[in-house]
Design a protein around this ligand. Structure first.
Ligand SMILES: Nc1nc2c(c(=O)[nH]1)N[C@H]1C(S)=C(S)[C@@H](COP(=O)(O)O)O[C@H]1N2
Ligand SMILES: [Mo]
Length: 314
């Protein structure tokens, strides 16, 4: 495969050739995309192009899901609970101007324009597996920067043991807030060592473009070794806390969703097994692959939990 029609020249494109492009290339005996297998309009990346480097050390070499899959099969309950709702309805989210409030146990706190929060952060591409607690998964080429480098800038004090993240909760922009399915705003949290881990990413884009609203524009967390619900979208506040924050899913169903939420094939959800997962877009609807401890990132992160009973701290 010599040349890809997509996407930007800034990117090591071979790393995330979508499955459809790959198949089209094979089917046509070369990359005669369009002729042999026209991608749907929805499969063309759109939005502002970003400038970034690659982070091959942190990226999986698995085939990435297509742009269409990544941007039309979403969980973002602020726009409804159906997987198709966010793509259909998140157009009402206004992502500019955007402010992030930094608070709690830190030397530097206050309201910061998004541009200010991003200033000086070098963007890189990280191709991560995302494993949803609902036992499906995707591979997504994110663009972002380590959360650690954001945190350092606000100088958390020695009392800061956890980081709490809060999503925007504006009923005028988010029709899903009318449903009491969760306690709004959506809140998530990490222990400080999890937040500082080099794999933990603040994402501002995917497929080389600014994040689509449905994927959590303009700023969302990505924690690849945890179930997808930890990767909170459209963040408006980051607070450093001494106590472990209560998260939205913990509050909604404490027996089902723990604070740690590390991907663990050995600890079932009370209502279904976590041993296997369906990779969106791959194989038949019924095909399943084994779920890996820590979603395949055990070498990097298992040490954070040494000595902890992961059945108890799920
Ligand atoms: N604010 C907010 N963040 C959220 C959610 C949500 O409903 N609201 N859903 C979570 C869940 S369950 C998953 S699996 C991922 C999905 O991210 P994606 O749609 O970009 O693939 O977002 C997470 N972040
Ligand atoms: Mo999820």
């Amino acid at each position: 495969m010599s040349k890809s029609p997509l996407p930007s020249e800034l990117t090591p494109e071979s790393t995330w050739l979508s499955r459809r492009q790959l198949l089209a290339g094979i089917a046509g005996g070369g990359l005669t995309l369009g002729a042999s297998w026209p991608a749907s309009a929805a499969d063309q990346p759109t939005g502002k192009r970003l400038t970034f480097g690659a982070a091959p050390r942190y990226s999986t070499t698995e085939q990435a899901n297509t742009w269409e899959e990544v941007t039309t099969y979403n969980n973002f309950y602020e726009f409804g609970t159906d997987k198709a709702d966010p793509a259909r309805r998140a157009g009402s989210l206004r992502v500019s101007p955007w402010e992030v409030r930094i608070g709690g146990e830190a030397e530097v706190t206050g309201n910061f324009a998004l541009e200010d929060v991003l200033k000086g952060q070098a963007l890189e591409e990280r191709i991560y597996r995302l494993r949803c607690v609902e036992a499906w998964s995707m591979v997504i080429p994110w663009v972002g920067f380590p959360l650690a480098s954001l945190i350092k800038r606000f100088k958390p004090t020695s009392r800061a043991k956890y980081v709490r993240f809060t999503t925007l909760a504006d009923p005028a922009q988010m029709p899903g807030l009318r449903s009491p399915v969760l306690d709004w705003p959506y809140v998530e949290g990490l222990r400080m060592d999890e937040a500082m881990h080099p794999l933990t990413l603040m994402a501002v884009g995917l497929y080389g473009r600014a994040l689509p609203n449905q994927n959590g524009a303009p700023l969302r967390l990505v924690v690849p070794w945890k179930y997808g619900f930890k990767s909170i979208k459209s963040i408006v506040a980051i607070d450093f806390t001494e106590r472990r924050p209560k998260t939205s899913w913990e509050l909604a169903a404490p027996r089902e969703y723990g604070f740690f939420a590390n991907v663990n094939p050995d600890v079932d959800h009370p209502r279904w097994s976590q041993a296997r997962e369906r990779r969106i877009g791959a194989g038949s609807f019924w095909s399943r692959q084994a779920t890996l401890p820590f979603n395949g990132y055990a070498n990097e992160v298992a040490g954070l939990y040494r000595g902890m009973d992961l059945k108890r701290y799920f």
